[in-house]
Design a binder for this molecule. Structure first.
Ligand code: 4NP
Length: 148
């Protein structure tokens, strides 16, 4: 499966999801991340998120932000947004006839009771975001194992 994680800036949540899911399942799936906004294109992940992920053994330093586009609907089988506004922005890019799956990341972690991954750029809760991202990544891995 080719999986694209999408958030707003592509410097906090989606690069963390990319790094975590790559560590869990990168030998099986093709994984990337992107942002709905273009503000941070070319930049590495946000320093505090890199530090929090690094403390868990996840190295995000080589990632660079890019913006999601219509071509991503052909390049990926599954596009995963971090919140409802990501999903709305992604759906606005969907080419006519594309049946690419677009899902909320928290759908894969129903046990958490969370309906979105809160943005740590604003909440400053990098540990909470990583806990949720790790749980959703585990759920995603299990969900995809049945699909190959
Ligand atoms: P992200 O967090 O969507 O998880 O990458 C954000 C990072 C930066 C901004 C917004 C959200 N920003 O407004 O610059």
């Amino acid at each position: 499966m080719r999986v694209l994680f999408v958030c707003l800036g592509n410097i906090c949540r989606s690069p963390a999801a990319e790094g975590v899911f790559r560590a869990q399942a990168g030998d099986v799936h093709e994984i990337d991340s992107a942002g709905t906004a273009g503000w941070h294109v070319g930049k590495p992940p946000y320093g505090p998120m890199q530090a929090a992920a690094g403390a868990r053994g996840i190295d995000l330093s080589g990632l660079r932000a890019r913006q999601v586009g219509r071509a991503d609907f052909d390049r990926f089988d599954l596009i995963i947004g971090m919140d409802d506004s990501n999903i709305a922005d992604i759906e606005r890019l969907r080419p006519a006839g594309s049946e690419t799956d677009v899902r909320l990341f928290t759908d894969f972690a129903p046990e958490t009771g969370m309906g979105e991954v809160p943005d740590p750029y604003y909440t400053r809760d990098f540990e909470g975001a990583l806990d949720l991202i790790e749980a959703a990544a585990r759920g995603l891995k299990q969900a995809l194992e049945g699909r190959g």
